[in-house]
Design a protein around this ligand. Structure first.
Ligand code: SF4
Length: 137
């Protein structure tokens, strides 16, 4: 029998979990204060997944970057590939919360969505001929 130790990341308590395993099978989980800890340990050792949050560039927007995230968890082994793929992505303003920025990121079947709105940048001359920045919302 082998033992693995994990820290539960589901809440600030950060319980130290001890997982008893044999031939890849989980025999039991201890150290968890609640059931979420056991579920976390089982998932983390069999099919670890993560929500990815990062930022991508914006063109034509009132901000240069927009925060984005995966709509759902993706496999942990795909996280680095996902972040690298987003490095060269440029989203066009206007952007609304929840807009799909990239479909099916790195073949995971999960979309990358905007976590914040970015207004479109519109320049318009005023009565003195100076350009004024308007925002579409
Ligand atoms: S086991 Fe429960 S109480 Fe402990 S860190 Fe995880 S979620 Fe929080």
């Amino acid at each position: 029998m082998e033992e693995k130790n994990l820290i539960c990341i589901n809440c600030p308590m950060g319980c130290m979990l001890n997982v008893a395993m044999e031939e890849g099978e989980i025999l039991g989980v201890s150290g968890n204060t609640c059931r979420r800890g056991e579920a976390y340990a089982r998932k983390e050792l069999t099919n670890p997944t993560r929500i990815v949050t990062t930022t991508v560039k914006v063109s034509g927007g009132a901000a240069r970057m927009v925060p984005v995230k995966t709509r759902e968890d993706i496999p942990k082994r795909k996280v680095l590939e996902c972040v690298r793929a987003l490095k060269d992505v440029e989203a066009k303003a206007p952007i609304r919360i929840g807009d799909v920025i990239v479909e099916n990121i790195v073949g995971t079947g999960v979309d990358i969505v905007a976590a914040k709105a970015v207004a479109q940048e519109i320049w318009q001359p005023d009565e003195k001929g100076h350009k004024t920045l308007l925002k579409d919302r």
